[in-house]
Design a protein around this ligand. Structure first.
Ligand SMILES: Nc1nc2c(c(=O)[nH]1)N[C@H]1C(S)=C(S)[C@@H](COP(=O)(O)O)O[C@H]1N2
Ligand SMILES: [Mo]
Length: 313
């Protein structure tokens, strides 16, 4: 496997003041005292993060599109459903339990997660449905959280689980249930530890809106968007490849790896091009070519050296 040399990340530049500010902003949001209303009454507080070298040389997708054109089936299957139906969802208090093959299993409170070294990272996001966005996330490397629980040598995969709250998530309580809950996802441990893989707690300078996966969601920019599991409550280190929601739902259409690949079509549509949301044109977007590994091949292709490319993608 080719060695990967990550760009220097200025996480040491986080000042005590910015840490204090992000904690204070978050606690303000929890208490309902520092409010910035986004769509559908979701509460977002200002959030400070240090800039990072992770940028995309393409325009950002407008915030109104990032927060109103969503996939989050727990709130309904339509693109506008998550923004419209997530107003009653309570992202605080919150904990993430990290367990399984680790030396030090631990339940992390939201204050601890918000106190991780937060960076702003702009990534492309490519949905398997052939639309894409460019999103300024705020988050921290998942590797930093995994270090705190000390994965055992036998751990090979990381499994993730979304919260189950039918009383706050209308998509989990309706007559028709499109998926089995909880929504689950997984990564190989080396993918989870890759410097590009983050847990996100915000976007566009604010805490995450409910519809984008508040309070904490996964972002893996070289994979199709469905790998980016939202509103995470559990992370488990395992020896075997964990089940994933879309693979379980349609195994002939969605794989475990789900790396973005323009050369391998979905059984029902081409993956060669994508519709960039918010740029005008066809369906409110513009068509552009999809890039191998969503443009992150240089950083991540080495993770898959020697793997069967069809299985891989
Ligand atoms: N729990 C959960 N996570 C989820 C989904 C979902 O339905 N439930 N949808 C996925 C899909 S298909 C995509 S494309 C992204 C969309 O993220 P966004 O709405 O923030 O753009 O979230 C992913 N994470
Ligand atoms: Mo998606």
């Amino acid at each position: 496997m080719a060695a990967y040399h990550p760009p220097k990340i200025a996480s040491h530049e986080i000042t005590p003041e910015s840490l204090f500010m992000s904690r204070r902003a978050f606690m303000g949001a929890a208490a309902g005292s520092l409010l910035l209303t986004s769509s559908a009454g979701a509460i977002a507080a200002d959030l400070k993060a240090s800039p990072s070298p992770f940028k995309v040389g393409e325009p950002l997708t407008p915030e109104k599109d990032v927060t109103n054109y969503n996939n989050f089936y727990e709130f309904g299957m339509g693109k506008g459903d998550p923004a419209a139906n997530s107003g009653d969802f309570k992202p605080s208090p919150w904990t993430i339990k990290v367990d399984g093959m680790v030396a030090k299993p631990k339940e992390f409170g939201l204050d601890e997660l918000m106190a991780m070294p937060l960076e702003e990272r702009t990534y492309r996001m490519r949905c398997v449905e052939a639309w894409s966005m460019v999103i300024p996330w705020i988050g921290f490397p998942l590797a930093g959280l995994l270090d705190k629980v000390e994965p055992l040598g036998s751990a090979k995969y990381v499994a993730f689980e979304t919260v189950v709250r039918p009383e706050q998530m209308p998509g989990q309580s309706g007559y028709f249930q499109p998926l089995a809950w909880p929504y689950v996802e997984g990564l190989r441990l080396d993918e989870a530890r890759h410097p590009l893989t983050i847990l996100s707690v915000g976007l566009y300078g604010k805490t995450l809106p409910n519809q984008n996966g508040a309070p904490v969601r996964l972002v893996v920019p070289w994979k199709y968007g469905f790998k980016g599991i939202k509103s995470i409550v559990k992370i488990t280190l395992t020896e075997k490849e964990p089940p994933t929601t879309w693979n379980r739902s349609a195994p002939n259409e969605y794989g475990f790896y789900a790396n973005v690949n323009p050369a391998v079509d979905h059984p029902r549509w081409s993956q060669a091009t994508e519709n960039r949301i918010g740029e005008g044109g066809f369906f409110g977007g513009s068509r552009r070519n999809t890039l191998p590994f969503n443009g992150y091949a240089e950083e991540v292709a080495g993770l898959y050296a020697g793997m069967d490319l069809v299985k891989n993608f």
